[in-house]
Design a protein around this ligand. Structure first.
Ligand SMILES: [Fe+2]
Length: 306
């Protein structure tokens, strides 16, 4: 592990390099409250109950943007180029990256639903179980939100963050940031299929068919056996059947599967398509380096996809 690797693996685990460790499977359930504030304005349609109107129209599912404007721009261009009108975001819009306001504004304008991630939670409420680099980035990000001189834009962003729900349950799928049992904070790692089978079993008990997640920044599909298939294993296409599946769409702004390209997925009527897109990593890294509150490691990891 490099010297600059964050100290706390619970928020910063390098999922594929993490050797079989049981510690994630047996952490006490000490998650923070996961309910939205009662006074949150209904600015984000994810605040709505189950949406029976979800139909067969293709839907882009993006996650873990982390304030990376260059990555998000490339992904949004691809979605537009494909004529896809519906976009669901699984959270962590902000945190770590140098352009949180710009990314939040794009998400507010483009996404039909946005689920709350642990970094969104950290900026709206408080950082929970973060290492120093992540916490410093969270406080810097909060400062960006607080000091925008345009009151209307400022309030709109806070309303949107405050209205984010922890899960979206539609007629086609369940969507959460982390896992169905601890939607904000629990990681489902690929190696859990070997090292934490009970955890995987308990998680699958909580879903009825398809569940989309982010949080680990590692794309792929978990099935109940248990097993895990990377997009590469699947030829970038998971064919939907009757079997339960937990589908991680990867990260737009901070991939951690040793592939620096932005990752997202499209839900088609009968399959899920995984997509990777190169973006201008060097520009993002330069921006990170220019901001003292953002650890240089947060730029370096973008180059390495870790
Ligand atoms: Fe994340």
């Amino acid at each position: 592990m490099p010297a600059e690797m964050p100290q706390n693996p619970s928020d910063e685990a390098e999922p594929l390099a993490r050797l079989s460790s049981m510690k994630n499977a047996h952490k006490p359930d000490a998650a923070p409250p996961e309910s939205p504030p009662e006074d949150a304005a209904n600015a984000n349609p994810a605040a709505a109950p189950a949406d029976p109107a979800i139909d067969q129209e293709p839907m882009a599912i993006i996650s873990d943007i982390h304030g990376n404007l260059e990555g998000l721009t490339v992904v949004m261009e691809e979605i537009n180029k494909r004529g896809i009108r519906r976009i669901c975001c699984l959270g962590d819009v902000i945190g770590y990256g140098p352009n949180p306001l710009e990314c939040m504004d794009i998400v507010i304008n483009a996404c039909e639903f946005t689920i709350m991630g642990n970094h969104d939670f950290a900026i709206f409420y408080e950082p929970y179980n973060f290492n120093t680099a992540a916490e410093n980035a969270a406080f810097w990000t909060r400062g960006q939100f607080e000091t925008d001189t345009d009151r209307e834009r400022r309030n709109r962003r806070w309303r949107y963050l405050g209205s984010m729900q922890t899960r979206l349950n539609t007629s086609r799928f369940l969507a959460v940031h982390g896992s169905p049992r601890r939607p904000i904070n629990e990681y489902i790692f690929p190696d859990d299929i070997f090292s934490a089978q009970q955890k995987i079993s308990l998680i699958f008990d909580r879903i009825t068919h398809l569940c989309f997640v982010g949080h680990t920044h590692v794309p792929g599909v978990f099935v109940q056996h248990p097993d895990f298939y990377s997009p590469e294993d699947l030829g970038n296409k998971y064919v939907i059947s009757d079997e339960k599946a937990i589908i991680n769409v990867g990260s737009v702004g901070q991939p951690r599967d040793h592939d620096p390209r932005s990752s997202f997925a499209i839900l088609h009527p009968d399959h899920v398509e995984f997509i990777r897109l190169p973006y201008d990593v060097a520009t993002t890294v330069e921006k990170v380096r220019a901001i003292d509150a953002l650890d240089n490691f947060l730029g370096q990891r973008l180059v390495e996809g870790t």
